[in-house]
Design a protein around this ligand. Structure first.
Ligand code: GAR
Length: 206
């Protein structure tokens, strides 16, 4: 299905590294007419292997690969990322399972315009080393009974920026990291991210 976007919609880039189910949630929301303030103008992948790129192609969303190992240092990588964002006139950056690190030049240029989804109730189970399945492994190892997902603004601290929205999810007896990850995605992430994007885009236009 093709989506007809209004002219005043905020152009956003969705940054991915893997399966892209959160990207898919945004695409589905756009196609269902739920994303009325923002438009997915670009997908940026940190790797050519990301299945998320196939999802972008299936929905005719422009996509580029910006790979850290193609640049000799972090500063050159940040310049390339910034150039890509500016060339596409991106106003909001959505990190949806993006595993590369954005440096200060990008974060400062897009202050309060970069948001990230994280699969726990931050500040619990956040920071360096906590990503993807590792988060759910840590949640189970700790024996907590409630987990969830968080969407937050990105600043220089890993997973430390201001929280926008959170949703709780029950941890159940016998959960494996994979089972818990799926429940957190289904019950929290895929609902939370489109809602947060809509909220942030709306704030930007009013
Ligand atoms: C999601 O669970 C997302 O919250 C997580 O990676 C997964 C990506 O899945 N992000 C982090 O852990 C960031 N610290 P997806 O590619 O299917 O959207």
């Amino acid at each position: 299905m093709n989506v007809v976007y209004g002219t005043a919609m905020i152009p956003m880039a969705v940054l991915v590294s893997g399966g892209g189910t959160n990207l898919q949630a945004l695409i589905d929301a756009a196609e269902a007419g739920v994303l009325s303030w923002g438009k997915i103008a670009l997908v940026i992948s940190s790797t050519p292997q990301a299945y998320a790129l196939k999802r972008a192609a299936q929905h005719r969303i422009p996509a580029v690969i910006v790979e850290r190992n193609q640049y000799h240092d972090a500063a050159a990588y940040d310049r390339a990322m910034l150039h890509t964002l500016e060339a596409h006139r991106i106003r909001l950056v959505v990190l949806a399972g993006f595993l590369a690190i954005l440096g200060t030049p990008v974060i400062q240029a897009y202050k309060k315009r970069i948001i990230n989804i994280h699969p726990s109730l931050l500040p619990a189970f956040g920071g360096r080393g906590y990503y993807g399945l590792k988060v759910h492994e840590a949640v189970l190892a700790q024996g907590v009974k409630v987990t969830g997902a968080t969407v937050h603004y990105v600043d220089e601290r890993v997973d430390g920026g201001e929280i926008i929205v959170q949703k709780t999810v029950e941890v159940l007896e016998g959960d494996t990291p994979e089972v818990l990850q799926k429940r957190v995605m289904e019950q929290a992430e895929w609902l939370l991210l489109p809602a947060a994007v809509e909220l942030v885009c709306k704030l930007d236009t009013t």
